[in-house]
Design a protein. Structure first.
Length: 285
């Protein structure tokens, strides 16, 4: 097989280690993350497990996963990434820190009715992370990661400012490059809502862009944030990461000054929901 390292592809920067690079560089095409490598996947008019790894002459995905001692595609959970979980480097770093395998199929998909904004909180690494919200008529490309059960548990644990919900495919269609449309997929919704435009109103502020520019805008618009975290974006991430109480106070300021909209229009988190559904459960009938 051809080997494509994250470093060679320019995808090796970890946003949690370099906060101003958030959300990091995502996988731009279907691929199999194996840890330090990203192998291309070739879609076809077949289920994901039958897509070819590393070109049309490569093995199907499921046998390649089996050769690595990993779960097949049908037994994995499709999870949409709106922020740094779309970054192969971030995922590899996250799983390596817990001793887990970082073998994950990553597939850009088209999602209807969802847009990407900015969460109404300051995260533990100092950046303001992305968060989804309902946007009727929107068509957004997001990277879906097919996580096994242990990987899903790790991501759940790291996303403690978010709640994982199932987006029903009839309201929020998720379409793979093969044309297959899922009956649902998971996404993490912020507990804090999303940032709006000018304080006190306006539409949700677009997320997933230049983190430094976002922080500069927030600093320019709030004397309290400047006093707490300024004067510039680098000061912001360094101070918030070094002192969690500063991040918590900044989160309170965002809410008190009217930067945050709590209602995002997506299905509510249901703690009584049954166990996580798999790709096998969510494929079209």
């Amino acid at each position: 097989m051809t080997r494509w390292t994250l470093r060679a592809l320019g995808l090796d920067v970890v946003p949690s280690l370099r906060p101003l690079t958030y959300p990091g560089r995502p996988a731009t095409g279907p691929a199999l993350l194996t840890g330090p490598e990203l192998l291309p996947l070739t879609p076809g008019p077949v289920p994901l497990g039958d897509w070819r790894v590393d070109g049309t002459d490569g093995p199907p995905l499921d046998p390649a996963l089996a050769a690595l001692g990993r779960e097949s595609a049908d037994r994995r959970h499709p999870v949409l990434a709106v922020g740094s979980n779309a970054s192969p480097a971030q995922l590899a770093h996250k799983f390596a820190a817990t001793g887990l395998s970082a073998v994950v199929p990553l597939v850009p998909v088209r999602v209807g009715g969802v847009a990407v904004g900015c969460s109404g909180h300051i995260g533990r690494y100092g950046y303001v992370a992305a968060a989804p919200y309902a946007a009727p008529g929107a068509r957004t490309t997001l990277v879906a990661g097919w996580l096994d059960g242990r990987q899903l548990a790790v991501v759940d644990a790291t996303e403690f400012n978010y709640r994982r919900i199932l987006l029903p495919g009839d309201r929020f269609p998720v379409t793979l490059p093969s044309g297959e449309r899922l009956r649902g997929a998971y996404v993490y919704v912020s507990k804090w809502g999303v940032l709006t435009g000018p304080p006190g109103g306006g539409p949700p502020r677009p997320g997933g862009g230049d983190q430094g520019a976002l922080l500069a805008t927030l600093l320019a618009g709030s004397a309290r944030l400047r006093a707490l975290l300024g004067p510039g974006p680098r000061d912001w991430v360094e101070r918030a990461a070094a002192d969690p109480q500063r991040g918590e106070e900044g989160t309170r300021i965002l809410a008190e000054e009217g930067w945050v909209e709590r209602t995002v229009g997506l299905p509510p988190y249901d703690p009584a929901a049954p166990g996580a559904l798999t790709y096998g459960d969510l494929r079209p009938l």
